[in-house]
Design a protein around this ligand. Sequence first.
Ligand SMILES: Cc1cc2nc3c(=O)[nH]c(=O)nc-3n(C[C@H](O)[C@H](O)[C@H](O)COP(=O)(O)OP(=O)(O)OC[C@H]3O[C@@H](n4cnc5c(N)ncnc54)[C@H](O)[C@@H]3O)c2cc1C
Length: 383
Amino acid sequence: MNSSRTPALPFGSVAILGAGLMGRLLAMSLARAGCKVEVHEAGSSEAEGAAARVAAAMLAPLAESAVAPAPLVRMGHHALARWPELIAPLAQPVFFQREGTLVLWHRQDAPEAMRLARILQGTCEAVPELPAMQSIDGAAIAALEPALGTRFAKGLFLPQEGQLDNRALLASLLASLQQHPGVRLHWNSPRAPEDFAPGTAGQPGWVIDCRGLGAKPQWRALRGVRGEVIRVHAPEVKLTRPTRLVHPRYPLYIAPKPGDVYVIGATEIESEDLSPASVRSTLELLSAAYAVHSGFAEARILEIATQCRPTLPDNLPDVRQPQPRVLQVNGLYRHGFMIAPAVLDIVLELLSEGRSPLAERFGLPGMRTLQLASCQEKAGTTP
Ligand SMILES: Cc1cc2nc3c(=O)[nH]c(=O)nc-3n(C[C@H](O)[C@H](O)[C@H](O)COP(=O)(O)OP(=O)(O)OC[C@H]3O[C@@H](n4cnc5c(N)ncnc54)[C@H](O)[C@@H]3O)c2cc1C
């Protein structure tokens, strides 16, 4: 499915709850498909309560396969091709690159790196459409990232993996939604599905709940997984692609964004604690960055942020229909940007056909078999 094939949908109006990543993407696609869209967001237009604002927005299905099963990897591969199609028509440019991921390690972490390499090799065999991983030496690392010189003797290169500028994407989606005549945006407007009677007079035809962790009162299985991320301005560092450092506790990354900004992250802690970042996490993240490139010593810290990833028990995304004309899209966990276009395409298939061949292709049986809309439901008159 691509943007030129956005389906004509069999209903007129939709209320979307939550204007984070999924809410904005869905609102845009549904408006383009001819729906009247009303978006209700608990916070302001700045997405300050969204995981999407804090994320590094790396699009790294093979690198993530260390913690993500094959269906997510397939979704991530699908999404890498879809992002340019989704970004191109937006009101403002959004930084997006596919220069690959570099994985590095210090000598003492070599056993862990070998373990990781074996897992990634297994992923390449299980998902053959992925570009092959390359084992590289110090010279090849220096050729890819001259700023690293010969500091690292060995690494892995994962070609064609990507990243984007999450904040530019959120801002561009916002500008596009503001310009669209079929969209109304309601800020500081917390809502729950039970605030609506979809399909009745004066009500939206459907309600789509994209509230991330805000949906927990209605989806008890959701949990937050805490992540701490640091943004720095480091003009002395010239890295061109996301670089991951093998680390005994969690995969650390440095993602270069436009304007010499680097996102350094992220911790992963089983907790919904949203208090500020700990000293330990801050030291670990900044030390890792400094160990990769000494130019980070003079970087300026722009932000140290904490947010929780909305996560379901199996760490997989899900789309479910708790009642007629209400759809819940959630559980994007640490892969929201990596898989959002795939989730979007699944939801559009479900809404237009009542079934999702894509979900089947990705190996997501839950979403595939959703009884989203009976024929009667789809054909029903909607406001
Ligand atoms: C530290 C960190 C690093 C990450 N790094 C990456 C990465 O590198 N790559 C990647 O792919 N993903 C990453 N992610 C994950 C990604 O950010 C999430 O998976 C994604 O943002 C989830 O999207 P969402 O739309 O479901 O939820 P969110 O983006 O959290 O949006 C939910 C929205 O709903 C709103 N809301 C809540 N309650 C209500 C209510 N009652 N009424 C109305 N609105 C409400 C919230 O204010 C929010 O704006 C990271 C996340 C974190 C926290």
